[in-house]
Design a protein around this ligand. Structure first.
Ligand code: GDP
Ligand code: CA
Length: 324
């Protein structure tokens, strides 16, 4: 079996880890290949280094190097490089980069500088984290540099700031007017992305941010058409429970695009290609015009790997019960 998942950072990574655990512990499913298409709209250049936050969260989570409590960054991290940068007055200081994490950004930037594509670089990074052995292929959504920017109110006008500045520095507390993804309209899907969607047996949408994670991947030319056209059932897991994101600021993102923060409205964003939508018991009663809605038999919380594996298992059962 071939499964393809679209993913942002923490939500996507935790879901895929649980999915892999389910596959590895279910007789007959061990050989399943999982392809993850990662959002790269969060990418940013800091101190001359290219940082891919969602790709790195996927690498560290799936490779066993994540800071589990934080959900992102490396375990056993120190910040000596960042304090040196601060001593020089180097900016910005609002984005935390640990010393081990710096290693990833240095080598990524070196390889990009040598002319490798982001896909090639990501494959090398994934090899270090043992993803191929786990039958996981991690693809950036595109090799073209793209960056999500947030248009915010400046009183006498508007200004676009990098998504990370809005999310990390301002904690999404500055109202966003809209999101603009620089470079996205001219970006080509990375090698393998469209085929992974078209040739999958199942396509899954983890509970990633619908606007700035999944929404950005869907904006890559060809991705949405591939999802509409694939013969695979497409099953999504709601990132909202009772109108709230479990973590992060998905509600603020939805407000900016004028979509209510409900499981139904988020499912509605995908309805042109979605076959089934898994929601929390608190959202029982959710209906979608064109997709089957199913209520998970417990909290839709990825509290640990086993709990997440049960969510992934339910999503796969749902996939086999619907036709694309
Ligand atoms: P990010 O790029 O690190 O923000 O991560 P993602 O975009 O992949 O996922 C973030 C989204 O995951 C958040 O907006 C939450 O709504 C959702 N999320 C996080 N933890 C959980 C959970 O335990 N259960 C569910 N259903 N959604 C979650
Ligand atoms: Ca992200």
């Amino acid at each position: 079996m071939r499964i393809t998942a679209l993913a942002g950072g923490v939500g996507g990574a935790r879901f895929v880890r649980g999915l892999r655990h389910h596959l590895d512990t279910t007789p007959g499913l061990e050989d399943t290949e999982v392809t993850v298409v990662a959002n790269t709209g969060d990418d940013i250049t800091l101190f001359g280094l290219r940082v891919s936050p969602d790709v790195d969260t996927l690498l560290y989570t799936l490779g066993g190097g994540i800071d589990e409590a934080q959900g992102w960054g490396r375990a056993d991290e120190s910040h000596r490089v960042q304090s040196e940068l601060a001593a020089y007055g180097a900016q910005p200081q609002w984005f935390a980069l640990g010393d081990r994490d710096f290693g990833t950004h240095v080598v990524r930037s070196q390889w990009l500088g040598q002319g490798l594509s982001l896909s090639e670089v990501t494959a090398r990074l994934a090899a270090r984290w043992g993803l191929p052995e786990q039958r996981i292929t991690l693809l950036p959504m595109t090799d073209t540099p793209v960056e999500t920017h947030v248009v915010v109110d400046e009183g006498d006008g508007e200004r676009a700031i990098h998504f990370q500045e809005w999310w990390v520095r301002h904690q999404a507390s500055v109202p966003a007017r809209r999101f603009v993804v620089a470079g996205l309209d001219r970006a080509a899907a990375a090698p393998g992305v469209l085929d992974a969607i078209r040739q999958a047996d199942v396509v899954l949408l983890p509970p990633s941010n619908p606007v700035v994670s999944i929404g950005i991947v869907l904006g890559v030319p060809g991705v949405r058409d591939a999802l509409r056209g694939t013969t695979a059932p497409v099953v999504g897991v709601s990132p909202l429970i009772s109108g709230r994101p479990v973590r992060g600021h998905a509600d603020a993102c939805l407000e900016a695009i004028g979509v209510p923060a409900t499981a139904a409205a988020v499912g509605g964003l995908y309805e042109d290609f979605l076959d089934a939508w898994l929601v929390d018991p608190a959202d029982a009663g959710t209906t979608l015009a064109r997709a089957r809605v199913e209520v998970f038999d417990g909290p839709l919380l990825m509290s640990d790997v086993d709990a997440t594996a049960r969510i992934a298992a339910h999503a796969l059962r749902l996939a086999s019960s619907v036709t694309a």
